[in-house]
Ligand binder design. Structure first.
Ligand code: TYD
Ligand code: MG
Length: 455
């Protein structure tokens, strides 16, 4: 097989014919590295004359879908993020910061999957002994689980051909290398080439491949674009190192929605599912304190309660400091501007810090009202009632706009013992409040502020 030299950007993974100091695609400096890549696409060839047949076009009618292609992982939260379980012959990339629990998650599901399917767990990070100890801790003891401590992709393919597993787990892609390339494991060229080989293996043989990928400090899996467009499904495992719970989110899914999240708690014997994330996200909420407001956002098909906090203080700098965590920065700035102009608060000279509790990232405008009320409450130093939830999108003129699936959100609110909700007036008469919930209706943020914090 011929090899050629190309240049990759380590940041964005784009490929160039020649070196340059600045990446023409992403603009990063000194990130272009020289790599040798194989010229032809490699097809995994099995030992003993076995090889995966070359593909020929088939008519749509011929494609057989009667066979069950989904399988349960035993973790409902993971199944939901995958779109209803694992898909046969797919490649799933599980990304996340080191220590977040990726190996734990994938080893843990082996017990359940192992009841019906054969699994090969390849680790390049730990010895077989270490893996065994971890498996014992997780109560994984399946006869169908084979483990292999190996980093050479050719040797891994050979092992796969020999044991013919139905599920292959690779921990992690950064440790793999192809001997035909002379770059180091973890470099963009290697990661790309090994992923491509695994992808061809998955498609050619019907093996389901789970690949673990470490995320670097910028939050990207070594050359993010490189891998994301190649694989079927990209899951990110997120969470704060200090907190015990973890959120699994799909960034891409060829077989399901990317809106669903899975919530887990890291416990003594591995990850425990959290079927009711609202409770977890609201635990420890301060009572009768200015600057906090609860809202209800839709995470896929599930309503989730989230607490938004804001801190507005007079600035000590020439230019006020403004940060936003868990809420898009530009959205937070826009809400501050609307609050100043339409809400009538003179916050131009205030530092503003916005934070969504629990590492949740909210990208739904329905949370606007809660964010703006938290800001106003902090600025005026007047608490929002503890048993109130705010839902509504805010427009640039300060008007409150209706949100989708309000009834579903209200029943979640009622289920968690809240007593009242402030919602956009447009919803009036269109919905019935669940028992025990008093509805406040407002047309604009002015009205909402008058109702809630009396100004
Ligand atoms: P790990 O799965 O090794 O992380 P990753 O593969 O993403 O790098 O998880 C490591 C962390 O999880 C470590 O801090 C210990 C903790 N942990 C538990 O709390 N309970 C457990 O049962 C296990 C296996 C790990
Ligand atoms: Mg690991």
């Amino acid at each position: 097989m011929k090899a050629k030299t190309v240049f990759f950007c380590n940041e964005c993974g784009n490929e160039f014919p020649r070196w340059s100091g600045q990446c023409p695609a992403c603009g990063a400096w000194n990130t272009i590295v020289e790599q040798t890549v194989k010229k032809e696409e490699k097809r995994p060839s099995g030992g003993a004359g076995k090889s995966f047949s070359a593909k020929r076009p088939v008519s749509l009618k011929e494609v057989d879908v009667t066979e069950e292609i989904r399988f349960d992982t035993g973790l409902g939260e993971l199944d939901r993020v995958l779109g209803g379980g694992g898909v046969k012959g797919s490649l799933v990339l599980v990304g996340g910061a080191p220590g977040i629990g990726k190996s734990t998650l994938l080893l843990q599901i082996c017990e359940h999957i192992g009841r019906e399917h054969s699994i090969l767990y390849v680790t390049g990070e730990e010895s077989e002994r270490q893996l065994k100890m971890r498996a014992q801790r997780l109560n994984v003891n399946s006869d169908n689980l084979l483990i292999l401590s190996e980093t050479n992709i050719s040797d891994i393919l050979e092992a796969v051909n020999e044991v013919e597993p139905e599920i292959l787990i690779i921990d992690s892609i950064q440790t793999l290398y192809s001997p035909e390339l002379n770059s180091a494991p973890g470099s963009v060229g290697q990661v790309k080439d090994c992923t491509m080989t695994l992808m061809q293996l998955a498609k050619g043989s019907g093996i389901t491949v789970f690949v673990i990928g470490h995320v670097n400090k910028e939050g990207a899996i070594a050359g993010p674009k490189v891998l994301e467009h190649m694989v079927d499904c990209v899951l990110y495992f997120e969470g704060e190192q200090t907190a015990n719970y973890r959120i699994l989110r799909a960034a891409k899914n060829r077989f399901g929605s990317t809106n669903e999240i899975g919530v887990f708690e890291m416990a003594e014997h591995g990850l425990v599912e959290v079927p009711n994330p609202s409770e977890l996200l609201l635990s420890g909420r301060p009572k009768n304190t200015p600057g906090t407001c609860v809202t209800c956002v839709m995470e896929g098909s599930r309503p989730v309660l989230a607490e938004i906090q804001a801190l507005l203080t007079p600035t000590n700098f020439n230019v006020p400091r403004r940060t936003s965590n868990g809420l898009d920065y530009n959205r937070a700035m826009l809400l501050l501007a609307v609050l100043e102009k339409r809400g009538g608060l003179r916050i131009g000279g205030a530092d503003s810090y916005v934070n969504v509790i629990g590492g949740l990232y909210i990208d739904e405008p329905a949370a606007d009202l809660a964010a703006i009320l938290a800001m106003a409450s902090s600025y005026r130093d007047i608490p929002i009632p503890d048993d109130l939830v705010a839902i509504g999108e805010i427009g640039l003129t300060g008007e409150l706009r209706q949100v989708a699936q309000l009834e579903m959100r209200l029943s979640e609110i009622a289920r968690h013992g809240f007593k009242s909700a402030i919602i956009p007036k447009q919803h009036r008469a269109k919905i019935a409040a669940p028992a025990g919930i008093k509805l406040w209706e407002a047309r604009s943020i002015r009205e909402a502020m008058e109702l809630i914090i009396g100004s």
